[in-house]
Structures are given as structure tokens and as C-alpha cells.
Design a protein around this ligand. Structure first.
Ligand code: HEC
Ligand code: HEC
Length: 484
């Protein structure tokens, strides 16, 4: 009997997604659409510059990228520009930088930032659309764009520029300036400051710039699978956004250089985009799973973790049945609070008076975080909303003993993935590499995560049962988590 159950389980989990299954077909279409998605319209949106092709080539030289890799943008002389992965954390796959587009508008090539810049990424060497980019550094990107734009403007001062060119140039530079503001932007790769979205409400409603005292509220980019169920009880990591209408998808655009009127014209496209996110399936764990350990782990999970994270069933084809996540009060989970500090009465009142109130609405929910559903969790390291825990073993370790710094370089590549720890590899304590990282963490290196930076603490998520888990229990749990 036991053997039969084992066979059944391993059959279920190793089943390759069949391309004849309608859910798999819908998934394939959805990820293609997300890969190509951006909302730049009439030269407005997440625009970087009106002269993208030349400006990127210029930036490559300016920032010393003398040996560009294949696959980015070709400038007029045919030079290919790449190598922005290290500096800005852009995802490169199949010799292509993901999520940047040249959008033709009135004889210009407007540089546009699409969803895949942040909402696609790598884990264990696999490129996964709908996974958050583990390295994206919008703060650094914005600062560089601002610097380069100023020089570029000077260099092209003699060139005749149309009214539209000047407008896009001005808007894009203002966007970059806001995003690069050191007081409110992210301090580390892989984290996006929520202040980026908040700033729009200050400008659109209060007609002022956002105060520099606004918390950064930096979060890792969330995964998309399961969002179809999640959005109706709350969007984002804290459940603040009301997702009944495809509202906050707009906010990303508004945070750029978009106008409310223009955004209204795009509502059907935005609604469609949010709807197709429901079709995305989680990535399967690509390596071997020890099924005996996983079965033990499932039992442990169903006794402890399930209270917050739920249970995981599959349909007849072995595909996950999505459910709503549970919202947990901050006083229970006790993880970093910085992300929640921005939800002041002042901010709530700005949201209530926003110019697209029929779409952008907020929930009245007690401060806390979602206990996210754990499908495809193997790929979602570093863990927690602020990416403060490098791997699953560290999450199952007492908060005071968790790693305090680690390397984010090439976080999604195969050689950075530990199957045993489930997540990022770590240097050996006391080794040369360890000491080097420690120095870099202290000096503020953006590609080294340090839990002592503002909003980046690795506290909380420690419960009564946590102390009782033996080392073997933890290994068993990890094995189970690979299967969901
Ligand atoms: C600069 C990086 C960035 C870009 C570009 C971006 N997003 Fe996001 N997105 C985020 C971050 C970060 C969050 C999480 C915010 C939070 O939880 O506070 C998020 C959250 C979301 C959510 C809510 C997910 C959830 O679980 O509640 C949706 C939907 C979404 N984004 C859609 C989009 C779409 C569609 C685009 C393209 C038009 C896009 N995003 C572009 C960074 C980005
Ligand atoms: C009391 C409720 C509760 C219990 C019990 C609980 N968790 Fe969580 N878990 C949460 C909350 C809330 C978050 C999000 C916290 C945050 O992001 O700051 C979370 C986050 C996580 C994450 C991070 C997911 C990601 O994408 O970053 C993982 C993994 C996780 N939990 C695994 C577990 C496991 C395994 C157990 C059982 C050993 C467990 N949790 C028990 C509430 C709980």
C-alpha cells in the first residue's frame, strides 16, 4: 500500500505539463504576453529617454562597459550594448536583455521599461516569466539614467528637437530623478522601493513632491502565479490594494510619466493583463526530490505551517489548485515593519482622492503581511517580503542566528543555487570570501544584502513550534516544499 502511494505521488509530481491541457495552453499564452508587455502610449509611461538606442550606447561607454555582450540594443553604428546585468540587475537570457523596448513614437525611439524588467527572473539557471527579478536595481538604474541624460542633453544641444522630444526628455529625467532619490529609493539589488508608487499620489492629488521622510518600504518583486485568487482579497504583500478592478496595475504606469487621462484609455488593456496573470503556472522544481523525506515533510507541514499557508491539492492533470492566501497581523508574524510604515492616514487620504477612484481603491485591513501561497516557492528566494533570508534553511533557523549578509551577484544562476539549503549558496563562515563580503556589506555595496540596512531586517517568522523542529525535520520540510 505504502509503495502504491509513493508511486502515485511521484507520478503526480514528475508529470511534465502536457501541452494539450487547456490550462497549460493558457499559461503559455500568458507568459508570452507578459514577456512583451509594456504600457507606453503616446510617448508616456515608464519612459527612460526619447532617444533610447543612442543613449544606451552612450551609457555603455560612459559607465565603462567597453565590451558589450550580445543581445541588447544596436546603435546606429551597429554596436551592440549589453552588460547591464551586473550594474542594474537586468535579466539576460538567450542573449537578450528582458523587458526593455524601443517604442516608436513620432520618429523617435522611446525607451520603455516593461513588466518583464521586474516580473521575470532566474532561479537555478532557469529563466522564469512571472518570477520576480532577484537583482533589479531601479535606484541605481535611475541614477545612471539621470546622469547620462544630463550629459546626453548637453551633447545634443545643437540638435533640433521637436516639442515632443523635449517633453519626453523632461518627463523621463524627472521620473529618473524621483526614482533615484537616495532618501527614498532602494539600498540593495532585488528590492523595489514602494515609495516609487507612493510618489505619484503626492503629485497627482496633493500637487506636491513626496516628502523625503517617506519610508522606502522596499520589497522583492512578487511572483505572479496564483494572483488570480489573491487579488480579490488584497493586492501587494500587505493586502492594501483592492484588486476587484484591475486598479493597481495602473499605479505602476502612473508612477512613470503617465497621465490619468491616458491611463483611462488603456484600462481594457490593463484589465486584460491582470486577468491573464491568473493563468500562469508555477515553475516545477528542476532537480531530484527525495520522496520519502518529502512525505515526512508534508506531515510536518500539515501540522504546523498549514495554519497560515494552507494546503496544496492538485487537479486531475497534476496542476495546482490555487487558493486565497491568508492575511496575518504584524504582531503575529513580527517581520520587518518598514513596508507598513508608509500607510499613514495622510497617504490613505491621498489614495481616496486619486484621479482614477473607480479603479484605484484600498482595503481597510489591519497592518500585516500575507502568508503567501507556497506554489513554486523553491524559486522565490531570497525569502520574505523584503528578501531578507537567503534560503529556506535560514528561514527555519532562529532569527538571531540567520545570515547577516550575503552575495546577490548572479543570484539566479545554477551555481548559486543550493539544493540542500533551498536557495542561495553562502560562503563558509570565516573564509576569505566571507570576510570580503562582510566588508562590502558594511561599505554599502548594492549587490551584497545586509540585514542591518533600513527595512532589511531578517527578524520574525518564528513560532512556538519552530524551536522544536529537529535538523532532520527541517530537511524533510525543505524536501516537501520542493514539490509544491
Ligand atoms: C520596477 C519594477 C516593476 C515593474 C517594471 C513592474 N512591477 Fe509589478 N510589482 C513590482 C513590485 C515591487 C511589486 C510588489 C509591491 C508590494 O508588494 O508592495 C509589484 C506588484 C505587482 C502586482 C501585484 C501582485 C500581488 O501579488 O499582489 C501586479 C498585478 C503587478 N505588479 C503587475 C505589473 C504589471 C502588469 C507591470 C507592467 C505594466 C508591472 N507590474 C511592472 C515591481 C514592478
Ligand atoms: C502564524 C502564521 C505562519 C506560520 C505558522 C508559518 N508562516 Fe510562513 N509566512 C507567514 C507570513 C505572514 C509570511 C510573510 C511574512 C513577510 O513577508 O514578512 C510568511 C512567509 C513565508 C515564506 C516566504 C515566502 C516567500 O515567497 O518569500 C516561506 C517560505 C514560509 N513562510 C514558509 C513557512 C513554513 C515552511 C512554515 C512551517 C514550518 C511556515 N511558513 C509557518 C506566516 C506563517
Amino acid at each position: 500500500m505504502k509503495l502504491l502511494i509513493l508511486l502515485f505521488l511521484s507520478f503526480n509530481f514528475s508529470l511534465a505539463y502536457s501541452s494539450e491541457n487547456p490550462r497549460v495552453q493558457a499559461h503559455d499564452e500568458a507568459i508570452k504576453a507578459v514577456h512583451d508587455l509594456h504600457f507606453v502610449k503616446d510617448g508616456r509611461g515608464m519612459t527612460l529617454t526619447p532617444d533610447a538606442v543612442n543613449m544606451f550606447a552612450f551609457m555603455a561607454k560612459l559607465f565603462g562597459l567597453s565590451k558589450p555582450r550580445d543581445g541588447f540594443i544596436e546603435d546606429k553604428s551597429g554596436t551592440k550594448v549589453g552588460l547591464f546585468t551586473k550594474r542594474w540587475g537586468l535579466v539576460e537570457h538567450d542573449k537578450e536583455i528582458k523587458g526593455f523596448f524601443n517604442v516608436p513614437y513620432k520618429k523617435m525611439n522611446v525607451g520603455a521599461m516593461g513588466c518583464a524588467v521586474c516580473h521575470s527572473g532566474k532561479a537555478a539557471g532557469q529563466y522564469i516569466i512571472g518570477l520576480g527579478n532577484k537583482n533589479i536595481d531601479v535606484g541605481k538604474l535611475a541614477k545612471d539614467v539621470e546622469k547620462a541624460s544630463k550629459l546626453w542633453k548637453k551633447m545634443t544641444v545643437l540638435k533640433r528637437k521637436s516639442k515632443d522630444y523635449k517633453r519626453i526628455e523632461k518627463d523621463s529625467m524627472a521620473f529618473a530623478k524621483r526614482l533615484g532619490n537616495e532618501k527614498v529609493t532602494n539600498l540593495t539589488q532585488g528590492l523595489v522601493p514602494i515609495s516609487m508608487i507612493m510618489s505619484w499620489f503626492y503629485r497627482a492629488v496633493a500637487k506636491t513632491e513626496m516628502p523625503d521622510t517617506t519610508p522606502r518600504g522596499a520589497v522583492k518583486v512578487p511572483h505572479f502565479w496564483g494572483y488570480g485568487k489573491k487579488r480579490f482579497i488584497g493586492q501587494f504583500t500587505d493586502g492594501f490594494g483592492n484588486g476587484t478592478h484591475a486598479g493597481w496595475g495602473l499605479a505602476v504606469e502612473l508612477a512613470g510619466t503617465q497621465t490619468a487621462e491616458n491611463v483611462r484609455k488603456m484600462i481594457p488593456k490593463i484589465e486584460h493583463a491582470e486577468n491573464i496573470l491568473a493563468d500562469i503556472l508555477p515553475p516545477k522544481y528542476p532537480f531530484k526530490v527525495n520522496q520519502v523525506m518529502a512525505n515526512r515533510g508534508k506531515k510536518l507541514f500539515d501540522n504546523t505551517c498549514f495554519k497560515c499557508h494552507g494546503t496544496y491539492e492538485r487537479d486531475a492533470a497534476g496542476l495546482p489548485i490555487y487558493k486565497e492566501p491568508k492575511h496575518i497581523k504584524i504582531k503575529v508574524v513580527k517581520t520587518d515593519r518598514d513596508r507598513l510604515r508608509g500607510l499613514t492616514p495622510e497617504f490613505l487620504s491621498l489614495v481616496e482622492r486619486n484621479p482614477v477612484p473607480d479603479y484605484i481603491q484600498h482595503n481597510n485591513i489591519e497592518p500585516g503581511y500575507f502568508a503567501p501561497r507556497l506554489e513554486g516557492v523553491w524559486a522565490r528566494f531570497p525569502y520574505l517580503h523584503n528578501g531578507s533570508i537567503p534560503n529556506m534553511m535560514a528561514l527555519l533557523t532562529h532569527p538571531l542566528e540567520r545570515p547577516k549578509f550575503w552575495d546577490l551577484q548572479r543570484a539566479g544562476e545554477r551555481d548559486r543555487f543550493s539544493e540542500n539549503l533551498l536557495g542561495l549558496t553562502l560562503p563558509k563562515e570565516g573564509s576569505r570570501n566571507y570576510k570580503k563580503l562582510e566588508r562590502e556589506a558594511k561599505s554599502g555595496a548594492r549587490d551584497v544584502y545586509s540585514t542591518s540596512r533600513e527595512g532589511q531586517s531578517a527578524k520574525g517568522h518564528w513560532f512556538k513550534f519552530s524551536d522544536k523542529l529537529s535538523n532532520q525535520d527541517k530537511k524533510d520540510l525543505i524536501e516537501y516544499l520542493k514539490t509544491i
